[in-house]
Design a protein around this ligand. Structure first.
Ligand SMILES: [Zn+2]
Length: 291
């Protein structure tokens, strides 16, 4: 792995790095890929905005599963990978962080100004009045409305990613917005079939456009929502480096691809890159590392 880290460090040490991270960065924090944009490990068909808003039974099932899964998200802590990214940012090498993850773990690890492309699971929005509340508050309300529900189901599925029986779903009670009294609540994340708000996308394109290097961490770039930034970088002649376990749909655009566990590789990279930028090494890295 040493040679790989050296090559990677040579590229990163020049600074101007924009990070694009995906679910693979958070799996070592014990977070299953619920929303599933990078989805190799996806166990369930992802919820779409259209189904969520139009199908009351599907919505009830979503909230019942999500209510259980929230326990896993709420207790998740940043891992060595998130901390290494924060360290690279503090060291002045990373100029921007775009994440497809909805777990808030980059920020929890100490990174600043993270663009959360797909929103955050710890926030809830009312689709009728737009009022935003915390997931913590919603969790409290759902627990009150469904006493004993999570204890009953969690006994069977400790990881929180569950296939609920129809009668369990039917017994689950969802809650509505208390601000406008009756509005439909949704986690403030971008579902499939929903578009990322335009100003947020514009901010990402701006970051990518000014990058010296786009560093993809833990995303298979399956969905266009994230892949478009790789395409943009490639079009602008900005080198793309991809670190992911398994192939990605951006590999053909990458200067360097690395298949390694992020929790091990990124701390080594942060140690090495912090050693100081060597413009010669950067130039050699850019030209010497082929596809
Ligand atoms: Zn409302």
């Amino acid at each position: 792995m040493t040679e790989t880290v050296d090559a990677l460090a040579g590229l990163v040490a020049g600074g101007g790095v924009v990070v694009l991270s995906g679910a693979g960065l958070s799996t070592e924090s014990g977070i299953p890929d619920y929303r599933g944009p990078s989805g190799a490990a996806r166990r369930h068909t992802p919820m779409t905005y259209q189904v969520f808003t139009r199908d009351a039974q599907a919505r009830r099932r979503y909230w019942a599963r999500s209510h259980l899964g929230w326990r896993v998200i709420a207790r998740a802590a940043p891992n060595e990978g998130h901390r290494a990214v924060a360290r690279l940012q503090r060291g002045g090498l990373v100029d921007g962080i775009i994440t497809q993850n909805v777990d808030g773990l980059h920020t929890a690890a100490g990174s600043a100004g993270v663009v959360e492309l797909h929103g955050r699971l710890d926030e809830v929005v009312c689709l009728d009045c737009g009022n935003q509340t915390s997931r913590e508050e919603l969790d409290r309300r759902l627990r009150e409305a469904n006493p004993g529900f999570d204890a009953r189901v969690a006994a069977v599925n400790p990881d929180g990613d569950v296939d609920l029986a129809d009668d369990e779903v039917a017994a689950f009670r969802t809650v509505d917005c208390t601000f406008c009294r009756g509005g439909m609540l949704k986690p403030d994340v971008v579902f499939f079939g929903e578009t990322v708000p335009a100003p947020r996308v514009a901010r990402c394109f701006d970051l990518v456009g000014r990058a010296r290097l786009l560093l993809v961490l833990g995303s298979s770039l399956t969905v266009m929502s994230g892949r478009r930034f790789v395409l943009r970088a490639a079009k602008l002649g900005i080198p793309v480096v991809i670190v992911n376990q398994g192939p990605t749909r951006g590999d053909g655009y990458a200067t360097l691809t690395v298949d390694a566990p992020l929790g091990r590789l990124l701390p080594a990279l942060a140690d090495r890159a912090a050693g100081g930028a060597d413009p010669g090494a950067v130039a050699a890295g850019l030209t010497g590392v082929g596809r």
